[in-house]
Ligand binder design. Structure first.
Ligand code: UTP
Length: 300
């Protein structure tokens, strides 16, 4: 395990795993990757790329599968479309089209088969630079708002070393929907030391109310751990198993408890809530949507 210094950035590379099958969005995901479904007009993957760039990442490694290359193409410039929009004076649209590619240097890592989140993260290892002592991992179907938790996670790694995850305090009766952390307090209110994690516990068995969210700041040691864990059901390698192995070997793992909003874009219900939330904040479509929703709810 490497020791970050107070001057070096905690990470330069962010990994975005986007090679999953997206079964909860079938039949759409037969042809369209769920990471490109628009939250109003912008795909979730651009929203997380923006978050990574704001946190100081210089490089985005998009892990995708051979039939989902459009996810990585999204971050490439489209010279013909851009010049057409420029000729027609469509400056606002031109800004939108350029925003993704201009955010960050994106590159692709291929996961040939969907063998789990841990396996997907492992597929990005050859893309890392020798100086990448740690990497950020952002799940594109998890929106964590407001932005800024990655910065707090970086501070936590600087102070405590090791790896840092992100958690939300959830109501006691919904712990059984999440991976729940078993933690000890530190002298910082929003930072806990992780002893372990329990998948979807019954409320009376839950070690805390801290649910895992899709943001990770992982020491490079995680790639070695990924090679040493056994696959679970369906041959999938779980990222949480690699983190559990590191904890068992006294690698420090902490969570930052983020207070804010989280949207799960990975299922149709969560996706719709995010879309409505974003749309209501949009100055063009928000007011009309609000009126319609009030009228529509009154009718039900
Ligand atoms: P999810 O479990 O939410 O995505 O993984 P999924 O497997 O595509 O969705 P369902 O459960 O079948 O509906 C979280 C993220 O990890 C990626 C997914 O693309 C998603 O962005 N992932 C998951 C991979 O890149 N590879 C995998 O093998 C599994």
């Amino acid at each position: 395990m490497s020791s970050p210094t107070s001057t070096s950035p905690a990470f330069r590379t962010a990994i975005v795993p986007a090679a999953g099958l997206g079964t909860r969005f079938l039949p759409t995901t037969k042809a369209v990757p769920k990471e490109l479904l628009p939250v109003v007009d912008t795909p979730g993957i651009e929203l997380v790329a923006e978050e990574a760039a704001e946190a100081g990442a210089e490089r985005l490694v998009v892990v995708t599968s051979p039939d989902k290359r459009s996810v990585a193409e999204y971050f490439q410039h489209q010279p013909e479309l851009e010049s057409t929009l420029a000729e027609r004076g469509k400056d606002r649209l031109l800004d939108k089209v350029r925003r993704g590619p201009d955010l960050i240097n994106a590159e692709i890592a291929l996961q040939e088969r969907a063998l789990g989140l841990g396996h997907a993260v492992g597929c990005a290892e050859p893309n890392l630079a020798p100086t990448d002592d740690a990497v950020a991992v952002l799940l594109p179907d998890d929106l964590v708002l407001p932005h800024g938790v990655l910065g707090r996670m970086a501070e936590t790694r600087r102070r405590f070393g090791g790896s840092v995850l992100c958690a939300f305090d959830v109501p006691a009766d919904s712990v059984s929907s999440y991976g729940i952390f078993d933690v000890d307090d530190t002298d910082e209110n929003d930072v806990k030391r992780v002893r372990g994690m329990v998948e979807k516990p019954a409320p009376d068995r839950a070690p805390s109310r801290l649910a895992a969210a899709g943001r990770y700041l992982l020491d490079r040691a995680v790639f070695d751990a990924l090679r040493r864990i056994d696959p679970g059901a369906g041959g999938e390698l779980q990222l949480t198993d690699a983190v559990a192995l590191l904890i068992s070997e006294d690698h420090p793992v902490h969570v930052v408890v983020h207070s804010g909003v989280r949207h799960d874009l990975g299922n149709p219900g969560g996706f719709l809530k995010a879309a409505v939330d974003f749309a209501l904040k949009d100055s063009e479509i928000g007011p009309d949507l609000r009126d319609w929703l009030v009228e529509r709810i009154g009718r039900s």
